[in-house]
Write a protein that binds this ligand. Structure first.
Ligand code: SF4
Length: 214
């Protein structure tokens, strides 16, 4: 495993430890958020491809890329940069229709150990099925953004986009114009009221990033 992939796994593990005390109701078999709208970086995509290879060179699921895919118009750090420069971010349109994630089988994730951060940050304090959306504390949202910013920075100058398109790009080696280029962190999006609580997690994130990029 190279340094960046090791750092990615450490960030995943840190998020898991950080979220452990939170009253999350998500559990195996609950897959409302497992759709073709998931986004990720190429570093995360390569970890998935490596996992499939180790599992007997399993192919990337055939239905990838079908249906209406969400194509983000800006990365997380790009959004942070817009905020800092007081500019409006580009308008994003999320298709109303989507398919189940191609890695979902019998309502369970077949790549669970290497699922991307976009899946890991979808934590809900209430059952999503009833209301149709996840409910998260403001502090969770803040930390989720910080982790997304960190993984994007770790994967500079890699790409970011819809999970299916990132996998297609990595698997085929062909350019995919819907993908965006990752950016470094221009500043962290942490509201003043969360700064003290987030301090220890931020320090650990910085240590992980410094170890991989220093
Ligand atoms: S990768 Fe796994 S956790 Fe993520 S959306 Fe797909 S099935 Fe769900």
């Amino acid at each position: 495993m190279n340094k960046k992939t090791t750092a990615l796994m450490r960030l995943y593990s840190l998020l898991e430890r950080t979220a452990a005390p939170w009253p999350v109701v998500c559990e195996k078999g609950c897959a409302s958020c497992c759709t073709t709208h998931v986004t990720m970086t190429t570093l995360e995509g390569q970890a998935i491809l490596d996992y499939l290879f180790k599992a007997g060179d399993k192919p990337v699921p055939q239905n990838q890329g079908l249906g209406e895919l969400f194509r983000p118009a800006i990365t997380t750090n790009g959004l942070a940069r817009c905020c800092m420069e007081r500019r409006e971010p580009p308008v994003e349109q999320k298709p109303d229709h989507f398919n189940p994630c191609p890695f979902l089988e019998d309502n369970a994730c077949t790549i669970y150990p290497v699922r991307p951060l976009g899946c890991r940050v979808m934590l809900s304090s209430k059952r999503c099925r009833a209301g149709g959306y996840a409910e998260m504390e403001d502090y969770w949202l803040t930390l989720n953004q910080v982790f997304l910013q960190a993984v994007e920075a770790l994967d500079c100058p890699g790409k970011f986009g819809n999970m299916s398109l990132v996998l297609k790009f990595l698997d085929s080696g062909q350019e995919e114009e819907a993908l965006l280029t990752n950016e470094p962190v221009p500043g962290l999006m942490i509201p003043r009221e969360h700064q003290e609580d987030a301090g220890p997690v931020l320090a650990e994130i910085n240590r992980i990033l410094a170890g991989a990029m220093g």
